[in-house]
Design a protein around this ligand. Sequence first.
Ligand SMILES: *Cc1c(COP(=O)(O)O)cnc(C)c1O
Length: 508
Amino acid sequence: MDINTVEQQLQRFNPRMVAAALRVIKSIPYFKKKIKAMILKESASIMGELEGSLKPYRGVFPAYAALPEKGVSRAEVLSIMRRIKSREEAKWKNGFVSGAVYHGDAGHIDFLNQAYAINSQSNPLHSDVWPSIAKYEAEIVSMTAAMLGAGSAGTGGDGICGTVTSGGTESILLAMKAYRDRAREERGIRRPEMIAPSTAHAAFDKASQYFNIRMIRIPVDGNSRSDVAAMRKAVTRRTVVIVGSAPSFPHGMVDTIGELSELARRKGIGFHTDACLGGFILPWLERLGYDVPAFDFRLPGVTSISADTHKYGYAAKGTSVVLYRDPELRHYQFYKTSEWPGGLYFSPTFAGSRPGALSAACWASMVSLGERGYLDAAEKIMRAAEKIKKGIEKIQELHILGDPLWVIAFGSEKLDIYRVMDFMTRKGWSLNGLHRPSCVHICVTLRHALPGVAERFIKDLKAAVAHVKKNPGEKGGMAPVYGMAATFPDRTAVTDMLDAYLDTLYKV
Ligand SMILES: *Cc1c(COP(=O)(O)O)cnc(C)c1O
């Protein structure tokens, strides 16, 4: 979701006033209530204005707050959707968007759509009716495991197993739940803890909240990689899992997974590699001769991995894979009950009924691309990424965070990087604004491997830097927002705003 837009709205608060007011409030609870009410009122009015940009189709296309009495013709429904789609697709198709659509070639999309259509009625919950989906999912898991070090010498790889899930977040949530439940069952741990680098995905915080696992975040080192010594110090008798990313979403750096997983192994703790972003690229980059740090099951301490088929697996959105070193750990993920009057009930993931067609389309993506297809895609992506990295390195005012492969975060000592991003937005780019530290990233996909896209990015970026240098005092855009979000004293005001944003999304 678009946090940028939300943070943009925060500039309407006068930060000095809020900061001063909050200092007073700390000692006088009465004011706390007052300010909170003020902020709520303010955010309501901001959201009112924000609604326009979040709801661009109001008054343009028919809206239905309740069922239409008489059904709209199929032709009309499809026509509406086609018109809306054509407004939205140019941006990602032409390579202006960081991440989001990872393949995007028309032929590939058509093929996935056909695979979906053939299987659209399937539901793997009824495995007797659709054994096809169990076949597709078993093979998706096996192909992913084989790619990520299963069966490699000396690791007992044959026990490596997993499930297909609905996305990276579900893969992560399920693995964290499995570690929590295993630690409770086998080690009697009632108040579990997990340790993750500061850059590990927000899905781990989500798992922490949902499953009552205390989250211990450890800042990354100067190279944006996990800090082994600091993470070692954080281990307690309650630690159930240590996490590392391959690579991290913000800065694209592969964590020190070799050392961390060894630490976990020696202590008898689980280790999860979050390869949601890298699982379907890193193995191929390694084969192409790139310097890829170890991250998969070839490391004996790695006990689970998440890898997103719906990112660089080039499947349609809605699938991911979670893998475990052994079936016993996977059993802690499975749900089963033998007492329900509805019968013996069991399901591998959070959902009951599931869209088998998405798994079928994912299988279709994987087997149609094959090793050659993934190698070829990885090579193209890296070539585009290298052009972009070289281009950024030549811009004196900018620096790249760490030494990434294809997710490239850059900041500036001299310029306000969010003003640079604002200029890029005006040029049509959709980049990711990051903070702590202030930077922006582009996650390179096959869309950026199209002829001329990397060159256009660098040309626009150079123009952006030149513009910001010339106009340091420019107003508006995202820049004041990020400065403010970084120093905004009341974090609950920020999260309240996010609630309001989500509420707005669900308005007709
Ligand atoms: C995308 C991503 C996730 C979460 O995946 P979703 O599919 O969006 O739920 C987790 N970790 C990393 C590193 C990611 O890039």
